[in-house]
Design a protein around this ligand. Structure first.
Ligand code: NAD
Ligand code: GLY
Length: 371
């Protein structure tokens, strides 16, 4: 086991560390103990993750003298709803948790978002620790304090900002993650290169396959660099008043594709984000803001690692540009009737614009979806 990399998220009294490395789950108890107000924690996880990794975490908490219980929920996006939140909170109250009890989210973004939101509201707010077990959760959802659930009106429409006390990103736990999930998370890694880390994008062009194949040092570097990128943006704009919106690169298009496919297995979040990032750069090219070569470079890299770069590659699906535009109009980033887009002047130069003409977006969608 190599010494973990450490990235601080600098938010005054709500600052916390992200530790990145292998073997962190087995040593979780000793890392977590210093941030616990009382030696008691409740682990929240899903059945898939529990089968692979719960026993290791429980052993390490026991070794560190931390009392613990585990609540195991069904896996999948459908768990991130009011019904499961209500059941989770009922179970926590039955366990007679106190305000100094800490929740530990052991899982992907679904478990992290749900557990974080439960921690934000139960007993008017208790502490929580993130142990992300998907690549997507390690590089994105476990960092930055966005928590929440989905509703019948759309994804992530109810939630709160509630920062964790600690994030333990054990890159070894990714060895049990299916390749499709690894690839989906990898799209969010690429996102940081496009936003403001051009050297990282160049590094990914030569090391991306190693990250996906599981090379330990490449994985550590990719997760650490992604967390550094996200931590810098969150420290500057915790509540998304401005710069944090850049983290939604590819998401306006991506969410529309996901909404159309029902947020299920047909198109995973990261897969939709990959296609959405290509669309965002193509739109930037169309608006004469971005060199065509930069959009081509993104497309080449995503294709090289095995991600789809166009909606036309989603098997058996015929898209309707108007329906996608309708989904975009309902996006939570719409302000005063205008959809905000993250555009780019090139790789590593993303910016936010609410001045994009809807006709340009429709023309792009019509051209892309017909291709
Ligand atoms: P997920 O949590 O559903 O995990 C994907 C699947 O992988 C699940 O079936 C899970 O059981 C399984 N799994 C998890 N870890 C595993 C492991 N180590 N080995 C084997 N299987 C494992 O999905 P996700 O992609 O991690 O997260 C998606 C969610 O994250 C969405 O709800 C999205 O809205 C949210 N999200 C939140 C933020 C944020 O800032 N809070 C950012 C991005 C995404
Ligand atoms: N995933 C977007 C954010 O954390 O702001």
């Amino acid at each position: 086991m190599t010494a973990p990399l450490r990235q601080n998220v600098s938010l005054g009294e709500r600052s916390y560390d992200i530790l990145i490395g292998d073997g962190l789950l087995a040593a979780a108890g000793s890392h977590i103990a210093p941030v616990l107000p009382q030696p008691r924690a409740v682990i929240v996880t899903d059945t898939t993750v529990a089968d692979f990794h719960l026993a290791t975490l429980e052993r390490s908490l026991a070794d560190a003298g931390i009392d613990h219980e585990a609540l195991v929920l069904p896996p999948g996006e459908q768990t991130k709803d009011f019904a499961h939140l209500e059941k989770l909170i009922a179970r926590l109250l039955e366990l007679k948790i106190e305000r100094s009890t800490t929740l530990i989210a052991l899982g992907g973004g679904v478990i992290g978002d749900l557990t974080g939101f439960a921690a934000a509201i139960v007993l008017r707010g208790i502490g929580f620790v993130q142990i992300p077990t998907t690549l997507l959760a390690q590089v994105d959802s476990s960092v930055g304090g966005k928590t929440g659930i989905n509703t019948a009106h759309g994804k992530n429409l109810v939630g709160s900002f509630h920062q964790p006390r600690l994030v333990l990103a054990d890159t070894e736990v990714l060895s049990t993650l299916p390749r499709r999930q690894v690839l989906s998370g990898y799209a969010e890694v690429v996102k940081y290169g496009i936003i403001d880390r051009p050297e990282f994008f160049t590094w990914l062009e030569s090391h991306g396959m190693a990250v996906i194949e599981g090379d330990p040092s490449a994985r550590r570097h990719a997760v650490a660099e992604s967390c550094a990128a996200k931590a810098a943006i969150v420290a500057e704009d915790e509540r998304e008043q401005g710069r944090r919106a850049l983290l939604n690169l590819g998401h306006t298009f991506g969410h529309a594709l996901e909404a159309e496919t029902g947020f299920g297995d047909e198109l995973l979040h990261g897969e939709a984000v990959a296609i959405g990032m290509v669309m965002a750069l193509d739109l930037s090219v169309r608006l004469s803001l971005c060199p065509v070569e930069d959009a081509a470079r993104l497309r080449r890299h995503l294709a090289a690692v095995g991600l789809a770069t166009g909606a036309g590659q989603v098997q058996g699906r015929v898209w309707n540009p108007r329906r996608l535009l309708d989904h975009m109009a309902r996006d939570k980033k719409v302000s005063q009737g205008r959809t905000a887009f993250i555009l780019a002047r090139g790789i590593g130069q993303a910016f936010l614009s609410d001045k994009v003409d809807a006709a340009e977006v429709e023309a792009l969608l019509t051209a892309t979806l017909a291709a």
